[in-house]
Design a protein. Structure first.
Length: 338
């Protein structure tokens, strides 16, 4: 007997309730005055309850089950019913606790999202491949500053949502140069996995890092699309992974090369996405306040007209104070230039 909408109902003490007992195939009906006591915010039968009444009053917390047990001694019938109901009740409690745990994310700032074919912060890993100087020099299909901007935004979003990120570079010293400092700044202390192979899936350290994440969905972005993105994508799919290519964080030597690479990975089963669509898919609901402000910060810093629109709505429509960006300080020369 639970009254979730009224914790203190006015009970007519003369009101009777039929308590049904089954014993050796016979049904007995007893009329008992209904009495309630307050237990953890719910009302329970107090005087001579049946085991069915007790089961209905037990809260989800396993530790509090004893609080709802009546003070009288159990009848043989009650003990018999308890032996039948108790295992079911225990499994119900366990399922309830498991469901609650499943709704909690590894990041306390956000709830766990439903999957059903979508990306969530808990089911994917990000691989950023060969975002290096020499590789960007040869890129001509997209605006190169835009590629830097979008890749940094994706990296920040991964940090916000606690998504594991694998960084990798190719032939840093002999050809490609360092990973962009803007991207390294997003992941301080994380060293990229250095390779000699154009196909990162041929590198055991890279594959081991993906496997260590425990995720079966990979978001891949890199330079160039036709080699450093297409080759690991095709082979990862072959090995049972689901791959999403973050296209606006990729680039190639020509539009034709990039387009053909995207056709190839899509035919192999990859899904094209963008850095912004990925972040919004991770956020999913503007009511998730734990990550809302961080997402808006990325939007205002990296997504142009969208960010300006957000700032306009905040200040002009909602009367919020203007966003304060870090003030620019002119760098001081630390040493004489060679």
């Amino acid at each position: 007997m639970i009254h979730p909408t009224n914790p203190n109902p006015q009970i007519d003490k003369s009101e009777n309730i039929a308590l049904m007992f089954t014993h050796h195939g016979n049904t007995q009906t007893q009329s008992k005055p209904r009495r309630y006591r307050q237990i953890h915010g719910i009302n329970c039968l107090r005087e001579n309850p049946s085991i069915v009444d007790v089961a209905a009053c037990v809260p989800l917390s396993v530790e509090n089950k004893a609080d709802c047990l009546p003070s009288r001694e159990w009848s043989a019938l009650d003990r018999q019913l308890l032996s039948v109901i108790a295992p079911t009740s225990k499994s119900t409690f366990e399922r309830g606790i498991q469901n609650r745990m499943a709704q909690q994310s590894s990041n306390g700032n956000r709830p766990r999202l439903s999957e059903k074919g979508l990306l969530t912060p808990d089911n994917c890993v990000v691989a950023l491949i060969d975002h290096q100087g020499q590789m960007l020099f040869g890129t001509s299909n997209f605006d190169r500053q835009g590629i830097i901007n979008n890749t940094v935004a994706l990296g920040k979003a991964a940090r916000v949502f606690d998504v594991p990120v694998v960084l990798t570079t190719v032939e840093t010293k002999s050809f490609s140069g360092n990973m962009w400092p803007q991207l390294r700044a997003v992941f301080p202390g994380q060293e990229p996995i250095e390779r000699s192979s154009m196909n990162s899936w041929d590198d055991k350290n890279f594959v081991a890092a993906i496997e260590k994440s425990g995720r079966k969905k990979i978001l891949i972005a890199g330079l160039w699309t036709e080699t450093c993105v297409a080759l690991p994508t095709v082979q990862a799919i072959h090995d049972g992974y689901e791959v999403y290519v973050v296209e606006d964080c990729c680039g190639d030597v020509s539009q034709l090369a990039h387009d053909n690479a995207m056709k190839r990975v899509i035919q192999a089963g990859a899904k094209p996405v963008t850095s912004l669509s990925t972040m919004l898919e991770w956020q999913r609901d503007w009511a998730h306040r734990g990550t809302y402000d961080a997402v808006m910060d990325i939007v205002k810093n990296h997504y142009g007209a969208y960010g300006i629109g957000v700032e306009y709505a905040y200040t002009m429509v909602h009367g919020a104070p203007a966003t304060k960006f870090p003030e620019y300080a002119v760098p001081v020369a630390l040493a004489a230039h060679k």
